[in-house]
Design a protein around this ligand. Structure first.
Ligand code: PMP
Length: 284
């Protein structure tokens, strides 16, 4: 497998990053994950814009090498050969041998990229597969979840706290307000209304979230960005999570609340996945 580090393509096993990299010492870095299907990037522009936005919010200068990011990624995809890949890009403020909150002005960002084979969403092939199990947790993350920061301790701890072997995703709530998953955005269906928490809440503006919001409303579904409360969970007809690698996946259970079951073709999530499948056909 190939990776990309600071302007060079090298074997994944040969990647070396200094422990003085601020990404390692401080989590002073941001990342992006972009899917490619049949060797074609999906929603590249949206991911690129978010990457630049994350860099600009934390004042890391945009490295020159990413001006041609699409070409670099295409090269990586070619080298790593899998027809479907997830491309991981991380940019840190760079290596500074003096460990200080204040980086030296001369510090140059570290740009790292690697890709892995992308497993196709199992719910496309098998829509009758049992949905995901979610565990509700208090959201203790920082207040800038719009930045796709690598500093992910609060997203990781709940998976390592007690027995979570049965839990597929953590659903964060802030008091009554439901925000998002630890690695996904969340959608709810109440009768014929599809709802996702608004961008004013402390969430990452998921590229997949925005894609489904736009496409579902273009296709005439009743979609809205609105606060959803913990107390509303037991009234939901469907819950889904979305992300670039998982696409859209249905939820079966949140803590002890089990979602109602019906014939799979009647689920809104199934209809949403069909829209994606059609769009992917025209993407290739
Ligand atoms: N929220 C969080 C906290 C995430 O980590 C992710 C996945 N990176 C998402 C939402 C989904 O974002 P996207 O659709 O852009 O992959």
């Amino acid at each position: 497998m190939w990776a990309f580090l600071n302007g060079e393509f090298i074997s994944k096993d040969e990647v070396r990053i200094s422990p003085f990299d601020r990404g390692f010492l401080f989590g002073d870095s941001i990342y992006e994950v972009i899917p490619s299907y049949n060797n074609k990037l999906f929603l590249f522009h949206e991911h690129f814009e978010r990457l630049k936005n994350s860099l600009s919010i934390i004042n890391i200068p945009i490295p020159d090498s990413i001006n041609n990011l699409d070409l670099l990624i295409k090269e990586l995809i070619k080298k790593n050969k899998f027809s479907n890949q997830a491309i991981y890009i991380q940019i840190s403020r760079g290596v500074d041998p003096i460990r200080s909150h204040v980086a030296d002005d001369a510090t140059l960002p570290t740009v790292f990229m690697v890709s892995t084979e992308l497993d196709i969403n199992p719910y496309r092939e098998n829509p009758q597969k049992k949905g995901l199990k979610l565990s509700l947790e208090q959201d203790i993350r920082w207040k800038r979840c719009d930045v796709k920061a690598t500093t992910l301790l609060p997203n990781i701890i709940p998976f390592h706290d007690g027995d979570k072997s049965n839990v597929d995703e953590i659903l964060f709530h802030d008091g009554q307000k439901i925000n998002e998953g630890s690695k996904s955005n969340v959608f709810f269906v109440f009768e014929d209304l599809i709802v996702t928490p608004p961008k004013e809440q402390n969430i990452l503006l998921g590229v997949t979230r925005n894609y489904f919001l736009n496409r579902l409303s273009e296709e005439g579904f009743n979609v809205s960005e609105k606060e959803v409360k913990v107390d509303d969970l037991s009234k939901a007809d469907e819950i889904w999570v979305t992300s670039s690698t998982k696409e859209l996946q249905p939820v079966y259970k949140v803590n002890d609340i089990v979602l109602p079951e019906k014939e799979y073709k009647e689920y809104y999530w199934y209809k949403a996945l069909k829209i994606l499948e059609e769009d992917l056909k025209s993407n290739s």
